[in-house]
Write a protein that binds this ligand. Structure first.
Ligand SMILES: C[S@@+](CC[C@H](N)C(=O)[O-])C[C@H]1O[C@@H](n2cnc3c(N)ncnc32)[C@H](O)[C@@H]1O
Length: 207
């Protein structure tokens, strides 16, 4: 199976995902650039619409090599960003960019400790890999300050399959559904994704 075919199907176990991204790390940024990876810039275009979102401290989960962090720093140049990712090799690349305050290798579906309470937590281009998205969303509650934001993207095909809107309604005691975007292009220059697989951008606000 080709790399992008495997991406469409979601790769598999956490162990497989880790290996997949470790193996991909060498030319990851280059490949995503070729595929015109849209998620980071798209999220930023929506963030800019909301004056009330003014984060100082951010946790970027599944941070990858820092493509989202690079974009968010353009609109909030003074923020401090911590990142976590399951792939050590991908994290090494993120480290070399010197844009993160702290980086840690961990699995977002498992418990991991954070020293701080954050104003905003991001999970861009990675919800596909969570084995239990509702649990993942709820795990962010204690890591956020009051009225903090959890922002993420999710593939529209999986959104429908998982009845994701209902998942969010079920969590509405804890989260305000602050914003859900229309479907947006994700990897338009990749033949498997093109116009077929789009993403939504979601902003949840801690109640
Ligand atoms: C498509 S990349 C997105 C990276 C980054 N958020 C961005 O937008 O540039 C997906 C990332 O999710 C990470 N990832 C996948 N499953 C994970 C897990 N269970 N825990 C932590 N990171 C994970 C991968 O290692 C990879 O770096």
């Amino acid at each position: 199976m080709s790399k992008s075919n495997t991406l469409v199907s979601g790769i598999g176990s956490h162990k497989k995902v880790k290996k997949y991204y470790d193996d991909w790390s060498e030319n990851y940024d280059e490949t995503l650039k070729k595929w015109n990876y849209k998620a980071p810039k798209k999220v930023i275009s929506y963030l800019k619409k909301f004056d009330e979102i003014k984060p100082k401290k951010i946790l970027d989960i599944a941070c990858g090599t820092g493509l989202f962090a690079e974009e968010i720093l353009k609109i909030y140049p003074k923020i401090s960003i911590d990142g976590i990712d399951i792939s050590k090799k991908i994290l090494n690349l993120a480290k070399s960019k010197k844009i993160y305050n702290n980086l840690k290798c961990c699995n977002f579906d498992k418990n991991f400790f954070t020293k701080y309470k954050y104003d905003l937590i991001s999970c861009i281009g990675a919800m596909t890999y969570s084995k239990d998205p509702a649990k993942l969303i709820m795990k962010q509650i204690n890591r956020l300050k009051k009225s903090g934001f959890f922002i993420f993207t999710h593939r529209v095909d999986l959104w429908k399959k998982q009845n994701f809107l209902q998942i969010l309604y079920d969590l509405s005691k804890y989260w305000e559904i602050f914003f859900i975007s229309r479907p947006n292009l994700y990897l338009p220059n990749n033949n498997d994704f093109k116009n077929n697989i789009k993403i939504k951008v979601i902003f949840l606000k801690k109640k």
